[in-house]
Structures are given as structure tokens and as C-alpha cells.
Design a protein around this ligand. Structure first.
Ligand code: GLU
Ligand code: MG
Length: 442
């Protein structure tokens, strides 16, 4: 429906999620989609140096160089607006060179390559899911208690519409719930394999924002949207299938119930976690969320069912029989919705693969808040604090030559340049201004 009764033409956005975790793209008439899936659409490579704001970082391309953004039709999303407004219509693209080879700065290509390496070296396939927390601004909550039926009801119209939209988007939503903060909600979706799992995170983010827009609300997934409120995490849950497609994460006799490979993978993730933070919690505002005592995680360590640990083993319901069916898996917590899900999952896979390759010993299981241990106790268990700022995270990435080397050199160069530009652009801001700036962008 259009407001003036004129004809409307169906459009689809050829979209990609970039280094700063934002979905950008170019719209084409829907009937051109098939042809576009063969020939793609041009995009200036320099666009990969965009910050989340109205500026761009210095980059190797300037005005020269085209990426060929090529839609993967399996990712098409079409969510009609029940009120007759514009549908949410997009399809995710791979960034290719003119000869059809992968562009080294395509985030989706980076994850695809990491997953192929994992499978080639270990036979393992990764499954993953996310739980997205967000602030829903605009609903009248009037002090409803955290997690309460009242808060659930207050968000109810949005929640029902969001679940319906996610089903239409093919995303298998599992839960909608009020979170700890006033106006804070959370949506979880079912796990799926590797690349599709990262695609699903993009679709979830955009669908949540779109449904809020349709309801005259504003959903912000920024890690912290206001002073003194709980942060918004985007915890990543993951598990493995072996070459025969059998669950490969659980061994009742293993360390914390993990299979030997899952334990070695966990060891790699914990060992590289400070560097990974530069990719998984990549905004200045990310470090307003991360830190002890907020269940957002403050330390690189492995915890059995411990929400203060950077990596948590999520336990199944033991009495229900098959532990795999009930989902013993791992959860990576220092991650938020300012990240590229492709870079985040890709780096996680590289870190885990390093753990498997080098047979790293599983980290000790931390059974309490690691911040309550003495510095000596932490040191004895090899528990290190996560970076306290984006600067520190970027330094940790630089210092961890293995982790830095997993990123293709040009992608790393541009990513770091964008992040340094972001730091420069926000350097003079007071805390409320910083939070507001990111709340609007994400
Ligand atoms: N909001 C917390 C975070 O920032 C997570 C709370 C939870 O465990 O769901 O990560
Ligand atoms: Mg939560």
C-alpha cells in the first residue's frame, strides 16, 4: 500500500554485513534477483572502511576498486508488513572479485574459509545459535519488575509480531522474554550450521529492529544503551557434529562433560580470548558492558554453568537421558551486536582449531565468580582479565600474532583502521553521548 495510491514496485536489498556489523546494500527490482545472483552488483571496495557513523577510515582503495556483491539466494528474507508498508526484503551477498574468486575483505568469505579448514582438518562441523538482548524503547513499562509477567505483557504485542516475523524470515525462534533491565528483552533462535548461523544472526538483528520500527518503537542492540542499566549481550552458543553428522561435543567422562576435541577447542578459545575480544566486542561501548559482576564475563576462563566465565559449558538436563539431545554445548559470552557475526564466528573457529591442532590441555573449570578469586589464585589457574577498553583489545590482537594472522592481512589492516577511526570519532564524548551515539547506530 502506498499513501498516495500510486503503483509500487517490489524491491529487494542486495545486502552484506560489514566489518562494523552493520547491514548495508543496494536495492534492485525483485524480478532482477535471479540475474543478479549470476552477475552480482558493484560496490566500491572503500565502503568496507565505513565506520558506523558518517565517516570513513583511510583505506587502501580510495576511489579505485570494485567488489562484486553476489546474492546467495538461499539467504533470501521476505517479511511482509501486515499493515501494508514496505516488506523487509533482502538477500545476503558474498563479496567477489571480478573473476569470481573470493574478495579477501568479504566477512562471509572469511567465515566460510574458517569452517572449511575446521572440517578439512578435524571432520567437525560447527553448529551455533545466538541469544540477542536489546533495549526496546517506547513501550510504557512503569517499573515492571525484571523477568515479570507484567514486563512480558508490556512487550507482548511486539514479541508476538517479532516471533511471527522471525518465522517468516526462516529463523526458528525459540524464546521471547523480558530481561533484567527495564525495557530490556531477549530473543533466542535455534542452532543451525556454520555459515547459516551467522546469516541467522544478521536476519535476527534486522528483523528485531524492523518489527520495532513498525510498532513505532526503537530496538537498540548496542551493548549498553544508558547509564546504570544492564548490558545487551549476544552470547554465542555452539556445538559440533562429526563427519557422520553425529553430535561430537559431549563425553560424560570428559573434562566438564566435554569430548576431547571440544575440550581442546575450548582451550584454544580461552587462550586467545583477549585477542578475540577485538573482533567479538569491537566498539568502545562494548567495554561499558564487559566486566565482572554483570554476567557479561570479565575473565578468559572456562566455567561449568558459570555465567561470569568468558566461556561457559551449558549443561543438559541429566535425568532426561541423551545428553546430546538435551544440548550440552559451549557458550562464548564476551560478544555483542556491534560485531560482524562472520568475523566473530570465524575467529572463534580459528582459535578452537588451534587448540585442537596443538592438543592444548583443557583450562581448569572455574566454579565461582573469577573476580572473587585472589590474583594469586587466578594466576595459578591461568585466568586472565579481558581487555578493559577497545584500545586494550586492539593491543591484545596485535600482541597475539597467531590470532592476528588468522585475518587476511588487508582485512585486518582495514578493520584496525576502522576501529581506530571509531575511537578517534568518539574520543571527546562524555559517557551519555557515547551511549546515545551507539544506541542509535545499533
Ligand atoms: N545481559 C548480560 C550480558 O550483558 C547477560 C545476562 C544473561 O546471562 O542472560 O551479557
Ligand atoms: Mg539474557
Amino acid at each position: 500500500m502506498t499513501t498516495h495510491g500510486e503503483a509500487a514496485h517490489d524491491l529487494v536489498l542486495l545486502a552484506w554485513n560489514d566489518l562494523v556489523g552493520l547491514t548495508r546494500g543496494r536495492g534492485v527490482p525483485l524480478e532482477a534477483l535471479d540475474e543478479r545472483s549470476r552477475k552480482g552488483i558493484n560496490w566500491a571496495k572503500a565502503g568496507q572502511a565505513l565506520t558506523p557513523f558518517d565517516d570513513i577510515a583511510d583505506n587502501p582503495w580510495g576511489p579505485v576498486g570494485e567488489a562484486h556483491m553476489t546474492p546467495d539466494l538461499d539467504t533470501q528474507v521476505l517479511v511482509p508488513d501486515p499493515d501494508g508498508g514496505a516488506p523487509l526484503s533482502f538477500v545476503l551477498c558474498d563479496g567477489l572479485e571480478a573473476d569470481g574468486s573470493p574478495w579477501d575483505c568479504c566477512t562471509r568469505g572469511f567465515l566460510r574459509d574458517a569452517l572449511q579448514r575446521l572440517e578439512a582438518e578435524t571432520g567437525l562441523r560447527l553448529r551455533a545459535a545466538t541469544e540477542l538482548e536489546f533495549a526496546l524503547n517506547g513501550i510504557p513499562l512503569r517499573g515492571t519488575p525484571p523477568f515479570s509477567l507484567g514486563a512480558f505483557q508490556a512487550g507482548g504485542a511486539f514479541g508476538r509480531a517479532a516471533i511471527a516475523a522471525l518465522v517468516q524470515a526462516g529463523v526458528e525462534p525459540e524464546t521471547f522474554e523480558p530481561e533484567f533491565g527495564t525495557s530490556q528483552f531477549e530473543i533466542c533462535c535455534a542452532p543451525t550450521e556454520g555459515l547459516a548461523a551467522a546469516d541467522r544472526i544478521v536476519v535476527m538483528r534486522e528483523t528485531i529492529r524492523e518489527v520495532a520500527r513498525r510498532h513505532g518503537l526503537h530496538a537498540s542492540l548496542s551493548p549498553l544503551t544508558a547509564l546504570g542499566v544492564p548490558g545487551n549481550g549476544a552470547h554465542l552458543h555452539f556445538s559440533f557434529l562429526d563427519a557422520e553428522g553425529r553430535p561430537a561435543t559431549h563425553d560424560p567422562a570428559g573434562h566438564g562433560g566435554l569430548s576431547a576435541t571440544a575440550a581442546a577447542f575450548a582451550a584454544g578459545v580461552v587462550a586467545h580470548m583477549p585477542a578475540l575480544c577485538a573482533i567479538t566486542a569491537p566498539a568502545p561501548v562494548s567495554y561499558k558492558r564487559i566486566g565482572p559482576h554483570h554476567w557479561s564475563s570479565g575473565y578468559a576462563c572456562l566455567g561449568g554453568s558459570n555465567r561470569e566465565a568468558g566461556l561457559r559449558i551449558v549443561e543438559p538436563r541429566r535425568h532426561s537421558g541423551d545428553a546430546e539431545a538435551t544440548g550440552l554445548h559451549l557458550e562464548y559470552r564476551p560478544i555483542d551486536s556491534t560485531c560482524s557475526p562472520y568475523l566473530a564466528l570465524g575467529m572463534l573457529v580459528h582459535a578452537g582449531l588451534r587448540g585442537i591442532r596443538d592438543g592444548l590441555a583443557p583450562p581448569p573449570l572455574v566454579g565461582r565468580d573469577p573476580d572473587d578469586l585472589s590474583p594469586q589464585e587466578r594466576e595459578a589457574q591461568g585466568i586472565v582479565a579481558l581487555p578493559g577498553s577497545l584500545e586494550a583489545a586492539l593491543e591484545a590482537l596485535e600482541a597475539d600474532t597467531a590470532a592476528a594472522g588468522w585475518l587476511p592481512p588487508r582485512l585486518r589492516e582495514v578493520f584496525v583502521a576502522v576501529k581506530r577511526k571509531e575511537l578517534e570519532m568518539t574520543a571527546g564524548l562524555g559517557e551519555p553521548e557515547l551511549l546515545a551515539k551507539y544506541a542509535n547506530a545499533y
